[in-house]
Design a protein. Structure first.
Length: 360
């Protein structure tokens, strides 16, 4: 798993101590594996804890929404963000949960037969759109919002970090026939691991309490989700304040509030966006902007430019995490502003799912 990480050196499990070791223990117990998307944060222990809180308390913790629906949202968000690593992991997990390894893995998200899950996938695919006209109405009741918006926000964050710091696929290179067999095996394993429920709130002790913030209004209704995002948000913000000067952060946030049109030509927009900063400030600011708005465009040269300016592993993780979470939180606020109204023909199925979750 450690070999999946690039640009930084994660803390090896045998060398972990303190907060890093505590996260690793929880991750092994609750997730079944030391997941590289979380491991990559280990050079910055505070940010590692924040990442784990957001992931665990949305995707893994039991609540009103089944794990199959959460995995579909995770895979669909990852597809929209061009994050093949997360599509692979969460696609095969969903396939295993649904016991549909042949149908799902052959057609991926486009092959979803369940109308409830298909509606969720379409909502998640379009969740990052800035224009309300391009987003989809939320196909779930209000009480499911904290969990489903939470998964979407967590993966808009994680996809950005994974795109920068992980290889394209968790699976080894192999011919198509062998690869399909590996995916079916992975689906069975990951599906089995995902069926075990995890009690909510277990990770919260890793970070101190934090006050709620207006852009996290969508978390209201699920205390463990609200606490996880408040604590993680405060931690990442403070880490970002230590890593980037205030005027640099304000410049980046202004760009996030007024992003470029889709697919700006090359890197010219990003160069222009940081042109007024000093030469020493530009590499980290440019990397932060790329991570937030177009993480698939980050190159080895972008990271090397930061390294040349003295940026170490911890600072690389911190700067990109701060930018990723700033972008993801804006998405969560927009999804909350859309309101939550059940889609026609879907509300009954979602209600049955809530009943099943309560019985379990």
């Amino acid at each position: 798993m450690l070999t999946h990480v690039r640009h930084v050196t994660p803390v090896a499990p045998r060398a972990a101590d303190g907060p890093v070791a505590r996260v690793y223990r929880q991750m092994a117990d609750d997730f079944g594996v030391l997941a590289p998307p979380v491991l990559l944060h280990s050079p910055a222990p505070d940010v590692l804890r924040a990442c784990w809180l957001m992931l665990r308390e949305t995707l893994l913790a039991e609540g009103l929404v089944g794990r199959d629906a959460k995995e579909v949202v995770a895979a669909a968000v990852s597809e929209s963000n061009r994050c093949p690593y997360c599509v692979e992991v969460h696609g095969v997990t969903a396939a295993g949960l649904l016991r549909d390894t042949d149908g799902w893995l052959a057609a991926e998200i486009g092959g979803i037969g369940d109308p409830r899950l298909r509606a969720l996938a379409e909502w998640a695919r379009h969740s990052g759109a800035v224009s309300p006209a391009r987003r989809r109405p939320p196909p779930f009741p209000t009480e499911h919002g904290p969990e489903l918006i939470g998964v979407a926000v967590a993966f808009h964050y994680l996809n950005r970090m994974v795109s920068v710091f992980l290889q394209d696929s968790p699976l080894p290179p192999a011919p198509a026939g062998i690869r399909s067999g590996v995916r079916r095996t992975a689906a069975r394993i990951m599906g089995a691991l995902a069926r075990a429920g995890r009690p909510p709130g277990h990770s919260l002790e890793l970070l101190p309490p934090a006050p709620p913030e207006p852009d996290l209004a969508w978390t209201v209704g699920q205390p463990h989700v609200a606490a996880a995002f408040a604590r993680a948000g405060q931690t990442v913000r403070r880490a970002g304040e230590a890593a980037l000067p205030e005027h640099v952060r304000q410049r980046i946030l202004a760009c996030l509030d007024d992003p470029p049109p889709p697919e700006p030509g090359g890197g010219r927009w990003f160069d222009a966006a940081v042109a007024e900063l000093t030469p020493a400030e530009r590499p980290a600011a440019r990397l932060a902007l790329l991570t937030a708005l177009a993480p698939y465009r980050v190159t080895d040269a972008d990271v090397a430019a930061c390294r040349d300016g003295g940026t170490d592993d911890a600072a690389l993780v911190t700067v990109t995490a701060w930018a990723s979470l700033a972008a993801a939180r804006r998405i969560g606020a927009r999804l909350h502003a859309d309101g939550v109204v059940p889609a026609p023909g879907v509300d009954a199925a979602v209600g049955e799912e809530a009943s099943r979750a309560g019985e379990s």
